[in-house]
Ligand binder design. Structure first.
Ligand code: HMG
Length: 389
């Protein structure tokens, strides 16, 4: 039975900063951010959006009267959860008006958790082929103003529906995984910004990639020539390029050219959004599929997932006959085109508008947020979500 991604969508906020402007404000050469980091724009997240609303806004784009009746599991993948006990998935069930006959839960392992959710969903569908699973991968990447990690911030959510006979990507039974307890990036419960050993994290990313890919080659007998494209977790797009370059010498020139050209398509969306942690690999896959002029049904895509701490996985998927028809590029392009650039002082002000953590009541100004689902405030320690239209 074929199982995999039947639908996929993305949502980010209405604001971004221009990376050349950010570089100037930080007294850096703009090319450090544009070329060295590989980012053009960075999403800025207003207080009216959190991991739940971002996920709801992404999922709303792919829900239909038909799939609503088939979804019996919602998995909320995030490291920006809003509660230590209650899962974001329970909020999604009510916000999205999904049937009450669903299991709803949250998974976490840094940027890896959406892949964990996808593999769990795949196993679940194998046992329950008549069901569908909704996965949301939703995060806000925060390092701090003036910090080395600042140009690698961002945020947004990817939503996916996993089913049998998927229209987009059938997942192969071939993954290789690796877990090792390292301290490259983490966020203690009391911190709103990530702690990171930046250069070490980049080295570990490439080392983990090489190890899971070597294991994959040994296990499957496949080499780079078997792949039409590779999609990477992209905390910033130069990171994926470094990983790609580390293995290209293994193959012939034609394969090198094909994988390099497809990498450019796979980073277009990530370059104008930034890191969305666990959704980043799937935003890159979406970017590849919505921007490609060369990939066709039957092509094999390799996917590398890396979540600091660290867990990584390499697996592949086969593009399905109707993949172009199942995508919604116009909706994504419209959303990107409607975004507004904010100045660096405005971004800093928004960044510092943290919600109170002392139980006090807050009412947020919703007049500037065009999203369907928003956070209206906090009353009695309870987040107040609203559907605006
Ligand atoms: P930095 O130390 O300020 O930057 O921070 P740098 O000095 O390393 O320079 C960056 C690149 O720009 C270098 O290229 C420079 O040569 C180049 P590289 O050597 O890396 O190829 N450069 C220039 N290029 C062109 N023109 C110029 C110029 N100047 C310099 N004029 C760092 C960079 C990424 C370390 C920092 O932003 C950071 O700490 N980011 C956060 C950590 C991160 O994203 N790590 C990625 C791997 S871990 C991961 O992916 C997991 C994660 O998503 C979290 C999760 O799992 O939840 C983070």
């Amino acid at each position: 039975m074929k199982i995999g991604i039947d639908q996929i969508s993305f949502h980010t906020t209405q604001y971004f900063v221009d990376m050349a402007e950010l570089a100037q404000a930080r007294h850096e050469d703009p090319n450090k951010y544009l070329i060295g980091i590989g980012q053009k724009k960075m999403a800025v997240i207003p207080p009216t959006q959190d991991s739940v609303t971002l996920a709801a806004n992404a999922a709303a784009k792919i829900l239909t009267p038909e799939n609503r009746q088939q979804i019996d599991t919602i998995i909320f993948a995030s490291e920006s959860g809003i509660d230590q006990s209650k899962s974001g998935a329970v909020y999604l069930q009510s916000l999205l008006d999904l049937p009450r006959q669903v299991r709803a839960f949250e998974v976490k392992q840094a940027c890896y958790s959406a892949t964990a959710a996808l593999q769990l969903a795949r196993g679940y569908i194998a046992l329950h082929p008549d069901k569908k699973v909704l996965i949301t991968a939703s995060d806000i990447a925060r390092y701090g103003i003036g910090n080395a990690g600042e140009p690698t911030q961002g945020g947004g959510a990817v939503a996916m529906i996993i089913s049998k006979d998927p229209r987009i990507l059938a997942i192969e039974e071939d993954s290789t995984v690796l877990t090792e307890n390292i301290m490259d990036f983490w966020r203690p419960n009391y911190a709103t910004e990530a702690k990171v050993d930046g250069h070490y994290s980049g080295h570990m990313y490439v080392d983990f990639f090489n190890e899971v890919f070597d294991a994959y080659r040994a296990q499957s007998g496949m080499t780079l020539t078997n792949f039409d494209a590779l999609a990477f977790h992209l905390p910033y797009t130069k990171m994926g390029l470094k990983a790609l370059r580390s293995i290209l010498p293994q193959t012939d020139e034609l394969t090198q050219q094909r994988l390099s050209a497809n990498f450019e398509d796979s980073r277009q969306y990530n370059q104008i959004v930034g890191n969305l942690y666990t959704g980043s690999l799937y935003l890159s896959l979406l970017s590849l599929l919505e921007n490609t002029k060369t990939l066709t049904a039957g092509d094999r895509i390799g996917l590398f997932s890396y979540g600091s701490g660290a867990v990584s996985e390499f697996y592949s998927g086969i593009l399905q006959a109707d993949f172009k028809q199942a995508l919604i590029p116009t909706q994504h392009q419209k959303m990107f085109a409607a975004r507004q650039q904010v100045t660096i002082p405005t971004y800093e002000k928004i960044f510092n508008q943290q919600l109170p953590v002392d139980g006090s009541t807050v009412e947020l100004d919703l007049s500037q947020d065009p999203a369907q689902y928003v956070l209206a405030g906090i009353t009695a320690d309870q987040r107040q979500y609203r559907k605006q239209y």
